[in-house]
Design a protein around this ligand. Structure first.
Ligand code: NDP
Length: 235
């Protein structure tokens, strides 16, 4: 299965960029949202901020004009604002929820229209091991990431009979700008607790996202697929 219209949010860098490259290599028509930066070569870059429904709507219109209705949606855009609960401001909490969870809702709602008309679609929500494992200093982030599980499972129940699957991919510690920003002692602590004894590369997440979006995975929906070197023990 190739040549599908694929849209990935936050595809200019990190895991999103690797996912875009993976679908490009499989021969799909790939578009990525770029709030800043550039799309990878071969992908269509569309400016969008997932916290702004109007910019999401405009981005979808551009993608539909260029590639047709979105058949594979990967909600990847995400941020962290880590701090302990007592220091966490309401803004730290709502900003993270607005990007990671409501942002996914905005793109999902827009994508579902085209998928319903096509009577097929693949939705992949990029969560985190932290969503089900918990993490001190990440109450906002963990809440946003576990919320994606309820979103995928509800979507599965709502649209599963229309040829649409919705799954969550939950990476562990992946080398990217997000994790490079953590201090060395935090990185060492994570490394100690990962059975695989190493961090993941972005491509290892990307390959799983492509597979869960493939025909081979047509009967998998509402699942949480860990890509975490055993850290969450499958949750
Ligand atoms: P990066 O910080 O490297 O990249 C984040 C991406 O999200 C960037 O493209 C960024 O765009 C985009 N983004 C952030 N806010 C918005 C917004 N409001 N609108 C549109 N795009 C936005 O992170 P990663 O690649 O590491 O993470 C990607 C996803 O994977 C995230 O959801 C993250 O939570 C998740 N994840 C990451 C893990 C890791 O270890 N790295 C582990 C588990 C999950 P811009 O460049 O403009 O800022």
């Amino acid at each position: 299965m190739s040549g599908r219209s694929v849209l990935i949010t936050g595809g200019n860098r990190g895991i999103g960029r690797a996912i875009a490259e993976e679908f490009l290599a499989a021969g799909d028509k790939v578009a990525v949202t770029t709030r800043t930066g550039e799309a990878p070569e071969g992908a269509l870059g569309v400016a969008a901020d997932v916290t702004d429904a109007a910019s999401v709507g405009a981005a979808f219109t551009r993608v539909e004009e260029a590639h047709g209705p979105v058949e594979v949606l990967v909600a990847n855009a995400g941020i962290t604002r880590d701090t302990l609960l007592l220091r966490m401001s309401e803004e730290d909490f709502t900003d993270v929820l607005d990007t990671n969870l409501t942002g996914a809702f905005r793109v999902l709602k827009r994508a579902s229209k085209g998928m319903l008309r096509l009577k097929r679609g693949r939705v992949v929500l990029i969560s985190s091991v932290v969503g089900l494992y918990g993490s001190p200093g990440q109450i906002n982030y963990a809440a946003s990431k576990s919320g994606l599980v309820g979103m995928a499972r509800s979507l599965t129940r709502e649209l599963g009979g229309r040829g649409i699957t919705a799954n969550v991919v939950a990476p562990g510690f992946v080398r990217s700008d997000m994790t490079d920003a953590l201090d060395e002692s935090t990185q060492a602590k994570y490394l100690d607790s990962i059975p695989a004894g190493r961090f993941a590369e972005t491509e290892e997440v990307a390959r799983v996202v492509r597979w869960i979006s493939s025909e081979e995975a047509a009967y998998i929906s509402g699942a949480v697929i860990p890509v975490d070197g055993g850290l969450g023990m499958g949750h």
